[in-house]
Design a protein around this ligand. Structure first.
Ligand code: HEC
Length: 160
């Protein structure tokens, strides 16, 4: 009985400590509301972070299409467009190039996905990879070269 009570006290103590910690979680946010907003804005993902998701979804899209999961391929492409918007917002200097990449390449890929045309999809995918890496070269990031991984990074690309 005493043992149980001790445990109860311990658990309650832990919970108290936890809730105290969560109250303190935003204590780092200092200054006026404007300064706090600026601190938060500076934490928004830049293009490097966006590109990690971009590449991940791009690869998942490839394996989804090649596994016959066209719904997933379509979804990943849409999510690429979504995350691209974050990059366009936080790095406005790159927005124009990103937008033209989207209309030249992603729109074309979308057409092949809609038509469930694997041959056309794979040919367009290859062209798109060249365009991805072309943009890296044009922006002095020639050492960033997308190469198709041997497997999907996602456990969701296979046909359900
Ligand atoms: C508008 C130009 C542009 C296009 C188009 C573009 N990228 Fe990028 N990418 C960049 C830039 C610039 C960086 C470096 C980001 C930075 O550090 O600011 C980058 C970085 C990356 C990285 C490295 C991320 C990291 O930090 O590890 C990967 C991976 C990547 N891109 C993949 C792709 C893929 C895949 C595509 C095509 C589907 C693509 N990119 C299209 C400009 C572009």
């Amino acid at each position: 009985m005493l043992k149980i009570r001790k445990t109860t006290v311990l658990v309650a103590g832990c919970l108290l400590t936890l809730s105290a910690a969560s109250y303190a979680a935003s204590d780092w946010l200092k200054g006026t509301p404007e300064q706090q907003l600026k601190s938060l804005a500076e934490l928004q993902p830049g293009l490097g972070t966006v590109m990690i998701e971009y590449a991940n979804r791009f690869t998942t899209m490839y394996y989804a299409a090649n596994g016959g999961n066209w719904g997933m391929a379509d979804y990943q492409l849409k999510e690429m467009r979504e995350i691209q918007e974050v990059g366009e917002t936080t790095r406005p200097g790159r927005a124009k190039m990103l937008k033209s990449f989207e209309s030249d390449n992603l729109d074309k890929l979308a057409g092949t996905i809609k038509g469930k045309d694997l041959k056309k999809f794979n040919a367009t995918f290859k062209e798109t990879v060249t365009a991805c890496n072309g943009c890296h070269v044009a922006n002095d990031f020639a050492f960033i070269k997308y190469q198709l991984p041997k497997a999907s990074p996602s456990p969701t690309s296979a046909k359900p």
